[in-house]
Write a protein that binds this ligand. Structure first.
Ligand SMILES: Nc1ncnc2c1ncn2[C@@H]1O[C@H](COP(=O)(O)OP(=O)(O)O)[C@@H](O)[C@H]1O
Ligand SMILES: [Mg+2]
Length: 337
């Protein structure tokens, strides 16, 4: 079974001084799968991706990458490409020269490395001879992806690749990743936003303060039985309030209802069966339903609920190992790439 796993991580723990960045993390990524790693700032995404790239080693736990156990030394495992905290580029070289330099460093003949092809794949053909210095964040991300593609990786690791991408850039990147996955390359990519990953990933792992709070198919996450907030616009707001107050399992959420174009919007929190019952009652009373939609998508709601930080009760401060979720900036690499 395990031979079909590109990544098999068990009980991975990584601390930075007092900070527990990863706390017993398990991760399975199948061959040819695009796996999303999602969590708020400070959840441990970059730290985990850094371990996959061999930029750091775990304090404890087991990590197999492409069927090989990862040792205690810093080294990118064979067949793995990608970057964390933005790609390393030479600002004074053009996009094409950057890729040629990287190919030469690896002992490849730059002319035979397929540079034009990867530039086209990421949509940078038109700026191939412009210096990287002038590139936007989205262009740098795409050039970094092109550099990774040159190595023909079997596992691609990308940290927040959607950052700074415009819709056209996103389309190129999604196209590249889908093609790679169809050819059997595994992809792990992170994001702090669930909606980034919906279009691309079949499975996600959600991290919150270093722990896995969900791992599995997106369909399972959305299907979890959870109360959601729904925006409700009807022909008779007053009757709607009365019926919502009487209906079982319905709570009116105050302070979020807004008047839009004269129509009063009510926000109710409910499970789907209770919402069905409310709608039935409204219609029975002759109240017409004009709008009914979740305030945030079910996936986003599940993500927010799972990663919410509970406020510690007074006198009940966490006495365990310190954790904090501050983003400490950019220079957090343990080893040079
Ligand atoms: N090199 C480092 N030194 C000290 N703390 C670090 C270092 N790298 C990460 N951390 C801390 O580890 C936690 C996880 O960080 P990170 O993996 O960057 O999270 P994410 O990528 O999900 O935003 C944070 O609390 C962060 O401050
Ligand atoms: Mg990060």
């Amino acid at each position: 079974m395990d031979t079909l796993l590109a990544i098999r991580a068990r009980g991975i723990t990584k601390c930075f001084g007092e900070v527990v960045a990863l706390d017993g993390v398990d991760l399975d990524v199948a061959q040819g799968q695009i796996h999303g790693l999602v969590g708020p700032n400070g959840a441990g995404k970059t730290t985990l991706l850094g371990l996959l790239l061999g930029l750091a080693v775990a304090d404890s736990g087991g990590l197999d990458i492409l069927g090989t156990p990862v040792g205690r030394t810093f080294a990118a495992p064979d067949g793995v490409a990608g970057f964390v905290d933005g790609p390393g580029l030479y600002p004074s070289l053009t996009a094409r020269q950057n890729l040629a330099a990287l190919a030469a460093l690896r002992g490849q003949d730059p002319r035979a490395a397929g540079i034009d092809d990867v530039l086209a794949q990421v949509g940078l053909t038109d700026v191939a001879d412009d210096k990287a210095r002038g590139f936007s964040l989205g262009m740098r991300q795409r050039l970094g992806l092109a550099a990774a593609l040159l190595t023909r990786p079997r596992l691609l690791v990308l940290d927040e690749p959607s950052n700074g991408l415009d819709p056209a850039g996103k389309k190129h990147v999604h196209g590249v990743l889908n093609r790679l996955a169809a050819q059997g390359t595994s992809v792990v990519l992170s994001s702090h936003r669930m909606d980034d990953l919906e279009a691309l990933c079949s499975e996600v792992t959600i991290l919150a303060t270093g722990r896995v709070v969900f791992s599995g198919p997106l369909s399972k996450l959305a299907a979890e039985n959870r109360e959601l907030d729904y925006r409700l616009v009807t022909s008779d707001p007053r009757a709607t309030r009365r019926l919502a107050a009487d209906a079982p399992g319905i709570r009116t959420v105050d302070g979020v209802g807004v008047a839009r174009q004269g129509a009063e919007t009510l926000v109710v929190r409910a499970l789907v069966p209770d919402l069905d019952e409310l709608v039935t009652r409204l219609v029975r009373e002759g109240v017409a339903l004009r709008e009914l939609a979740p305030v945030v998508s079910p996936l986003e709601a599940a993500f927010l609920a799972l990663t919410e930080q509970p406020e510690p009760a007074l006198g009940q401060r966490d006495t365990g190992t310190a954790r904090h979720t501050a983003d400490t900036g950019t220079d957090r690499r343990e080893a040079d790439r």
